[in-house]
Design a protein around this ligand. Sequence first.
Ligand code: ATP
Ligand code: MG
Length: 327
Amino acid sequence: KQIAFSAIQPSGTITLGNYLGAIRNWVTMQNEYNCIYALADLHTITVRQEPAQMRKNILDAYASILACGIDTEKSLFFIQSHVHTHAEMAWVLDCYTQFGELSRMTQFKDKSAKHADNINAGLFTYPSLMAGDILLYQADKVPVGADQQQHIEITRDIATRFNGLYGNVFKIPEGFIPKNGARVMSLQDPTKKMSKSDENVNGCVHLLDSPEAIMRKFKRAITDSEAHVHYGEGKDGINNLMGIYSTITGLSFEQIEHDFEGKGYGDFKTAVGEAVVEELRPIRERYESYIKDKAYLEECYRKADEIALKISSRTMNKVMKKIGFIL
Ligand code: ATP
Ligand code: MG
């Protein structure tokens, strides 16, 4: 079996974008791949976190992702900071990553504009930590949303460069980006991607939102003045709602246009909201029971942490030896 690796930051409540762009594929890939997933808590401190809130976010995110359908019997789901090889590999790869290529990363540009008071070195070298996450497990496929395409590319570049110097150490991974749902946009500003760390809560549907909150957010979603449900230029809001609806229901855009012929945006927004409510309902219910059982959550991640350390240490040791360290 091929290996799939992916991770998500516990930087806030998991969103519908994270779910449709990535986590849904994490779940379906479990049957076909050896799946290794991580909660990328080391990545979150590139932005300032409040300690008590961070602890809560980590457990909440862990429980939410299990609730999406990650099966700990089939897949590894560990906590990045518990597996020390990740920080070690990040340092090594920092030394094989160029300033120039990091400077071209759009995520760095976006996030440093947003957090202008804290443009720290970690924010800048985020891609080499992420490259290490993936390369440690010799992953074949990396299921992520479209916004991570550039980080997958730099991971491949770093790995290829390293292999060029030292022989075949790393498997060169490929992104696994879904055709549908890869870029869910904010409901309040459909030119911007939906993000967990977004301050505008109305733009963002969270996995654990109540049905009422979800319906309210969809009803308030920004659209346009045309009042005709079809996909087109200048219709970012409607295009986004159609994308969400299509991803969840499996209906094609043509089918959706046909079904909503002659109907207004109000009806369409209600239909999209209801589809999302039903998709997320069982996830929220499972989350409610997981989050009450901290001992079970701990058992799950401790077991996975240990196995992840074993697997990743093989690559880490090989890398250290190749470079010239004495082990
Ligand atoms: P942050 O704002 O803190 O970066 P985020 O919502 O971007 O949070 P990440 O943890 O950075 O979440 O990304 C987790 C996964 O979710 C990645 O695979 C990413 O590509 C995917 N993802 C993030 N936002 C979206 C989105 N709007 N649509 C589809 N996929 C997304
Ligand atoms: Mg992100």
